[in-house]
Design a protein around this ligand. Sequence first.
Ligand code: PLP
Length: 368
Amino acid sequence: MKTSPHRPTKAVIALDAIAYNIEQVASQLPVGTLRMAVVKANAYGHGAVAVSHYIQGIVDAFGVSNIDEALELRETGITKDILVLGVTAYAAVSLAQEHDICLTVASSDWVHELLSLGQSLDGLRVHLKVDSGMGRIGFRSAAEVQQAQQALQTQGVRVEGIFTHFATADEVDPAYFDEQEQCFASLLAELDQVPALVHTSNSATSIWHPETVLNMVRLGNIIYGMNPSGGLLGLPFEIKAALSLESELVHVKKIAAQQGVGYGKTYVSQEEEYIGTLPLGYADGWTRDMQGFHVLVDGVFCPIVGRVSMDQLTIRLPKAYPLGTKVILIGTSGQEAIDVTQVADYRGTINYEVVCLLSDRIPRVYRK
Ligand SMILES: *Cc1c(COP(=O)(O)O)cnc(C)c1O
């Protein structure tokens, strides 16, 4: 979608908050733990290029979901290690070699197919992914890992890391987490040769299971100033939200009682009311289920009334405000604040999804 910088709706990103959050998590980790910043999905909507450039001096590597995200970073001058966390198409493997991008290898079938193509794999760098219970991608036995490792090494591939991913690190009950940890530990114990980098910790694992940290952590959600558990588990340190979503009143009117507002006439004024219109809607990722939630105008909560349209939404104002008055959808205004987790809770989802869904139409503006 076309980014629309001339419209007064923008996401303001505090890059210094991201750097601060990285240092906050790191302060709880064993000295020397390597830091991978996970900047997939456009850095969870915060802008992968700007974020990566700002933090590259304080992290050791970047994690992305696919090769195109990795290439974007390389093309804009990121020289640190980059690991593609998902499965890569065979046809893109040579791009990884060419741009020194590290790939995840997650199955014997993938290895066999790649080797059968007969292309040179010399210098390709990989991490092996173990499925210890997430059930998504990864090897499930030490024998498979060992075979893949040997087959790849014979072809000149450098197997630099091995990792797994926990399904329940952000939950109260540790039973399944412990099971996964056991599974991974016993698989490692069976290997003749353990790759140099061993990592298991996403944000939640780094925060709530620091005993599990091996030599690298993969930090996503927390660095953007969100609590990966939503509101379930408390954080042992302070973080700063990195993203605010702002807009402006582009239309304000006084309507009489019994007037309909929006598609479907789902809202009808009870009395004389002031209605303000904002230039954003579900095409911006402010989904239709946000009807009934609120925004902040001049430190006052104002309800979203009527259906959220594709490009516009309407709010009830306590009084007439001038056109151009600033409106906060995520962030602080006066003494009040709306945080991403509140938006997520209202929508019945997680904070991750709220920021990822903010579409390209919204320009990202950086504050250092
Ligand atoms: C996305 C992802 C992460 C980061 O997860 P957060 O919960 O955002 O910290 C880490 N590892 C893998 C494999 C991932 O896919």
